[in-house]
Design a protein around this ligand. Structure first.
Ligand code: ATP
Length: 513
């Protein structure tokens, strides 16, 4: 655990030090659970969004895009259930006066039990060596079986319990406040997560607007507009990337849980009765998307929801092994016809689709894929963050920090570096190369500090290629091209830089996997 905490701290400070993520309004000591993306952060985030968008909209002729407004008619949130049911169970510690999500306190407890299981497995692995069978051990070792049963029982009580029963569970498990260590808890209460604001000209309840807590509803209310204008036939999807806002109580784990964040959502409209087929299709397709971008299979897993939301008949999370353990990164939800029917009822408008093959009108069912862009950013960067020993210019071992991001999402694709700063013929040549290749991809010119240090700086922001301009360049019109991961340097003609780098950083590489 200590090691995990250490790694997480390193990732967070790396994000700050290298201009990926800053606390919002830092000059005023920041705003809790709100963050700003710096020069490299915005590039990485844009690339993640581009990869998602292209994989949805460009790669599927039956998925189209939308960019709906953040503000929506207040009835939207009544219809969607967010006014009445978008609540978190909260509990206060009487001594520290700190407020927590009751379910998160219990989940943290379960995680500690999970930690004990992992410890047992690690020990056994060491003891049994190659002959160790983890599955069998999990099923037969009495201590591990005991822990697993304990967690399963807690999960069931958490999923099915009333607010009072969840409080009883916290007392029974002797969960203490992480701040004060006290076990004096208040009752559990519900708290609505939507931020509200006021429309300028209308006073009172009438003018009360919400900042959308999910982007999905903008898609639902536009269903017929989009279907008719894009002339799509079911099954088809609508994709959208945009900000969402939630008044989260547990503000921690950096950009994992924010109050203002970005979602990439796709709602896929299908015939009633065909939703499970599409649910399974999107489950697998989305997992492949994560793997193609470089998340290793062992860091990804499915987690079925124990408790279904009011609109869903099936739901699964894709969890990623963050530095603080496996957590949700994306949800795939079979939302039935709940949302469209609700909007139909509250608006009084007909939101039906005429199926030309069936010669029938119906309200389509919906399968949703919903991924948090910020969580994906955190997953990508924490997976890419690597400390390793490599030979330096003199062949001696030295430590480097490198972000092994997939080249297609790396913020800067190629750095152009004159070998020496104060040799005008080198800097002029390097600048000319930079000005030539900058039209093809994001590059950076850097002449400050010794070449070794400049390589390290590019490694730390994940730049896949460095072009170095030396004296041979002036005579032969060739440069060295250094590969971030292999550290291999090859000599290539200047005219081939663009082709070489473009090939390596092409987003196509992600789709053709
Ligand atoms: P959690 O259980 O972690 O609160 P959720 O189940 O409420 O998440 P969804 O409503 O399914 O999340 O939202 C879809 C996706 O949006 C999530 O998988 C996550 O990646 C992202 N997301 C949700 N809430 C936040 C948040 N507060 N900060 C950053 N990303 C978020």
């Amino acid at each position: 655990m200590a090691n995990q905490d250490e790694n997480f701290k390193k990732v967070v400070s790396h994000c700050k030090e290298y201009g990926f993520v800053f606390p919002s309004s830092e000059v005023y000591d920041g705003l809790s659970a709100v963050y700003d993306y710096g020069p490299y952060g915005v590039e990485l985030k844009n690339n993640i969004k581009k990869y998602w968008w292209q994989s949805m909209v460009q790669m599927h002729e039956n998925i189209v895009g939308l960019d709906a407004a953040i503000f929506m008619h207040p009835k939207t949130w009544k219809a969607s259930g967010h006014v009445d049911a978008f609540n978190d169970p909260l509990i206060d510690n009487k001594d520290s006066k700190k407020r927590y999500r009751a379910d998160v306190l219990v989940e943290d407890y379960m995680e500690k039990v999970e930690g004990k299981i992992n410890k047992e497995i690690k020990k056994a692995k060491k003891r049994f060596g190659d002959s160790f069978d983890e599955k069998q051990y999990r099923e037969t070792n009495p201590r591990v079986v005991g822990y697993l049963e304990k967690n399963a029982a807690i999960a069931k009580r958490l999923a099915e319990g009333t607010l009072e029963e969840i409080r009883d569970l916290i007392i029974e498990l002797e969960i203490a406040c992480p701040v004060s260590g006290s076990k004096e808890w208040t009752d559990v209460r519900q708290f609505n997560l939507m931020f509200s604001t006021q429309l300028g000209t209308v006073a009172g309840e009438e003018g009360k607007l919400y900042l959308r807590p999910e982007t999905a509803q903008g898609i639902f209310v536009n269903f017929l507009n989009v279907q008719k204008t894009s002339r799509q036939k079911i099954p088809f999807g609508i994709a959208q990337i945009g900000k969402a806002f939630r008044n989260e109580i547990v503000a921690r784990q950096f950009i994992f849980r924010m109050r203002e964040f970005e979602q990439m959502e796709m709602q896929f409209f299908v015939r009633p009765g065909e939703e499970m087929k599409w649910y399974n299709y999107w489950k697998e397709a989305r997992l492949e998307w994560h793997k193609a971008m470089g998340s290793p299979a062992e860091k990804l897993r499915f987690h079925d929801h124990d408790k279904l939301a009011h609109y869903a008949n099936a739901a699964v999370d894709i969890q990623f092994d963050f530095p603080f353990g496996f957590r949700e990164i994306e949800g795939i939800h079979s939302r039935t016809d709940f949302d469209l029917k609700q909007h139909q009822e509250l608006s009084g408008r007909n939101i039906q689709y005429f199926d030309p093959e069936l010669q029938e009108n119906y309200v389509p069912y919906v399968v949703e894929t919903s991924i948090g862009c910020d969580r994906m950013f955190l997953a990508a960067i924490s997976n890419a963050y690597t400390e390793e020993m490599v030979p330096d210019a003199k062949g001696k071992d030295s430590q480097r920090i490198v972000l092994k991001l997939h080249p297609a999402i790396a913020p800067i694709k190629c750095a152009v570096l004159p070998l020496l700063k104060n040799k005008e013929e080198l800097t002029e040549k390097a600048k000319a190369i930079f000005n030539k290749i900058k039209f093809s991809f994001n590059c950076q010119y850097d002449e400050k500090d010794a070449i070794g240090r400049r390589y390290r700086r590019q490694d730390a922001i994940g730049t896949p290629y460095c072009v170095t301009v030396d004296f041979e360049t002036l005579e032969e019109n060739t440069v060295t091209l250094r590969d971030r991961d292999t550290l291999e340097q090859i000599r290539i003609p200047i005219e081939e830089i663009e082709q070489h780098v473009s090939k390596g950083v092409d987003m196509k590489n992600l789709f053709l996997k």
